[in-house]
Design a protein around this ligand. Structure first.
Ligand code: SF4
Length: 328
């Protein structure tokens, strides 16, 4: 635990965050437009809490996670972590605070340097920040034990492990600096279904043991509903609905959330019950460089009205559940 902020305030608070990528054209590489990957997003994460971020591929959820860690440049907004706005810190201050924010990537193999052995991989951060007390071997063995791997394997290389074991190594590396927040970017989607539950259980155990906070990014709603306390649903760079996970699953309000929940495969008996209510999303997600006017979901929404094409909906809040839709 690195953050010493009072426990009552959120660990992370994001206000009106925008991450746009310029589209360059011509020999002068003139900027002719922007891909609005993250477009005015606000959210918060408390200590020990998991916020699930769901949406289709390309909706901007990974870009949002990467922006929080400074891996992408924010255009405007605020990222308050541990009470400090990360977008106003200098390089030295940022480097220091990054110890408390780590990431677990989707593909466990490409996230590991194949030329480095496990002891080097999982103690790299400790060496960088001069946090080794005792020997590197002791630290590496402790981390291997924490993620349920054989401590004697620290001199092996990534290709000698299975996919699930490699993701455990990534988790060990993320844990090494005792972070407060971990961005889990689709951490189980590249794994066999049989291994996914084990990795999710490990993440939940570690969260409870170390009071970690997670931003858990996934396109798989059933995975997120198992681990997240709260959920935010993202479409075309914007949050369209958020709230406690149970509320969202039982009582989704936004037509997009309803379609995502409806798309989760159900057992045959349940499937028969829900057949008449099946919601099919029309077409593809529009390009984030030319988002539709009004509600950006109107081109695919079965309940779209005239106002939806003209005016962007405002947030409607009921307790801890919020939605952006003209139906409410
Ligand atoms: Fe559908 Fe209109 Fe609601 Fe957008 S605002 S989700 S188009 S009903």
């Amino acid at each position: 635990m690195n953050c010493k902020q009072p426990k009552k305030s959120p660990l992370l608070e994001v206000c009106d965050l925008q991450t746009w990528f310029p589209i360059k054209r011509g020999i002068m590489a003139r900027t002719v437009g922007y891909v609005r990957a993250v477009d005015i997003v606000s959210l918060h994460i408390n200590r020990g809490e998991t916020l699930g971020l769901v949406g289709e591929s390309g909706c901007g959820k990974s870009t949002l996670g990467r922006t929080l860690l400074g891996l992408e440049k924010a255009r405007r907004g605020k990222i308050l972590f541990c009470g400090k706005n990360l977008l106003e810190l200098n390089r030295r201050e940022l480097r220091e605070i990054r110890k408390s924010m780590q990431i677990i990537f989707q593909d466990p193999l490409t996230a590991l340097n194949p030329k480095m052995n496990i002891i080097d991989i999982i103690t790299e951060g400790l060496v960088e920040f001069r946090l080794i007390q005792g020997t590197r071997e002791d630290h590496a063995k402790r981390l291997m034990n924490e993620v349920g791997l054989d401590e004697e394997a620290i001199y092996r290389y990534p290709h000698e492990f299975s996919g699930g074991q490699r993701q455990r190594i990534n988790i060990a590396r993320a844990l090494s600096l005792r972070p407060d927040l971990i961005v889990c970017d689709e951490p189980v989607s590249a794994l066999d279904v049989s291994v996914q539950a084990q990795v999710i259980n490990l993440l939940m155990d570690l969260r409870d043991r170390y009071n970690l906070s997670y931003l858990f990014i996934s396109h798989n709603l059933s995975v997120v509903s198992n681990i997240a306390h709260r959920m935010a649903v993202m479409y075309l760079g914007k949050i369209v609905e958020y709230g406690p996970t149970g509320d969202i699953i039982k009582n989704p309000m936004h037509p997009y959330t309803k379609a995502l929940i409806n798309a989760v495969p159900k057992p045959d008996s349940e499937e028969a019950k829900h057949k008449s209510k099946r919601i099919i999303l029309n077409g593809e997600m529009p390009s984030p460089s030319t988002p539709p006017s009004g509600c950006t979901f109107h081109t695919r929404c079965m309940e779209a009205m005239n106002i939806c094409r003209e005016k962007a909906p405002q947030e409607v809040k009921s307790g801890k559940h919020g939605v952006w839709c003209h139906l409410y």
